[in-house]
Design a protein. Structure first.
Lengths: 252, 252
DNA sequence: AACATGATATTGTCCGACAATCAGACAGGC
DNA sequence: GCCTGTCTGATTGTCGGACAATATCATGTT
């Protein structure tokens, strides 16, 4: 009995519908921004009930392939945003019991490469944004948790400067998971702000000078510093990263 | 007119239901493996119609938080698999017009770190799997596209050896996107197999010796070799990675 | 204990209905 | 000309009920 039979794949209608639409989106037959036909029309075309269509649409919606304009009613073809992808990924990581040290390690692996890439091929506009991000963090020295968001912005800007969508998408979830613990660090470690500021300045300089090697090294040091931060702040490296549940339950 | 008004956030019922369930899963009040109440029961508890509940469930299903056992009817709480997360991410990357060079660059950034981590703290079992993966690739010298899957397995095994869920989840989508072009390389570049084999051997040795630095370096070289492969195989680095649409439309 | 059997529960799908509201047209007032 | 109010139609969100197919479970049989 060498070859056991696969259960023959009957998929329920709502899945087949959603796959059909998904395929057309990925094949770019449905372009980004295009408004979808109405539910009734889709039901007519697929020859299924509207309820069935709606179930299919919900799947695509939460995959980030369909969305709607602010306050809009009709669905439009969308390409998954950093947020939607990042949300899914960080949620998954939370459930996989990822620890801060795991996230840190990933950052350690990824960020230097991003910095190097950014140094090599940033555009003028991207550089401007990066400098701006660094400036903002440096300026608002007295604010509270806004600083955390500013740090994230810096990494984001760097990711954009690297002009690599892969980096951009990978960045988002890591930063999201980093934020809570970073907030603690900034609260508890007095010198954290100045160290971060210094690192950002150095990185910006390296990027500006298109010195990939220097950018890489500074970033490596920067991330290593975070680890020191954890220790000084008394955050156990084996703490599990928890999803900030209750985050933005989607706006109609 | 300093403060513009936020649109007040009314969310439709199916979203509120899905968020409610999601929150309880993330908060671990619903444990992995637990079977969900029936749709009718949920409808009763939330005081909405069953259709509404179903739409909510479809969302969670495609987020990978709910799934069902092989041929099962009831939904069970699941934690997103590598495949489900990877599918979403690689799909997003395809739509973001990521190019092979982008994916390659990300690999270049991530893999050496993974190799180093694997060297530092692999378990005996993980090492065994890694060696096994390398052995399989080396052995099946005459097979066709299975080789590609074997390469992926090697990276997978390495990711597992690194014992970091973040690495594991990041790995998956990158490998998935790499596969098609890797197949072309193996087809067109005669020496590709032996070079990969050699690199794998070296990496395994470094990991076994718990020599993080060597593992890092060999992996760096290994990935760089892929780039050479692209050039020799005549694959333009600016080729867009395309999702293999039609892949496993989900099995009932 | 393993297995066949039948009753029950549950999902997948359909139909039809209605309120809310979004989009666009249209008219009136400043 | 631009803003406001009003109207109409189209579309979504939600509901209730229905039914076939089948997974689940308790039961009885060997």
């Amino acid at each position: 009995m060498r070859a056991a039979f696969e259960p023959l794949g009957f998929a329920p209608a709502y899945l087949r519908v959603s796959e059909a639409i998904r395929a057309r989106i990925l094949r770019r037959e449905l372009q980004e921004g295009e408004v979808m036909p109405t539910e009734t029309e889709l039901a007519r075309q697929f020859e299924v009930n509207r309820s069935t269509v709606r179930e299919a649409l919900r799947k695509l919606e939460s995959a980030g392939l369909l969305g709607r304009r602010r306050g809009g009613k009709r669905l439009v073809v969308t390409r998954p945003t950093r947020e939607s992808v990042g949300g899914g990924l960080s949620q998954a990581l939370a459930l996989h019991r990822a620890r801060v040290v795991d996230v840190w390690e990933a950052l350690q692996a990824v960020q230097p490469g991003i910095a190097a890439a950014a140094a090599e091929r940033h555009s003028a506009a991207a550089l401007k944004k990066l400098e701006e991000a660094a400036r903002i963090f440096a300026a608002r020295d007295r604010e509270r948790e806004v600083a955390v968001a500013d740090v994230a912005s810096f990494f984001d800007a760097l990711g954009e400067a690297a002009a690599n969508p892969v980096f951009n998408l990978l960045n988002e979830p890591l930063l999201r998971l980093l934020k809570p613990s970073l907030a603690v660090i900034i609260d508890r470690v007095p010198q954290a702000r100045s160290r971060i500021e210094a690192a950002q300045k150095a990185i910006v300089a390296a990027v500006k000078a298109r010195d990939a090697k220097a950018a890489d090294e500074w970033m490596t040091r920067h991330i290593r510093d975070f680890r020191r931060g954890y220790e000084v702040a008394g955050i156990a490296l084996s703490t599990e990263v928890g999803e900030d549940l209750g985050g933005a339950p989607a706006l109609s």
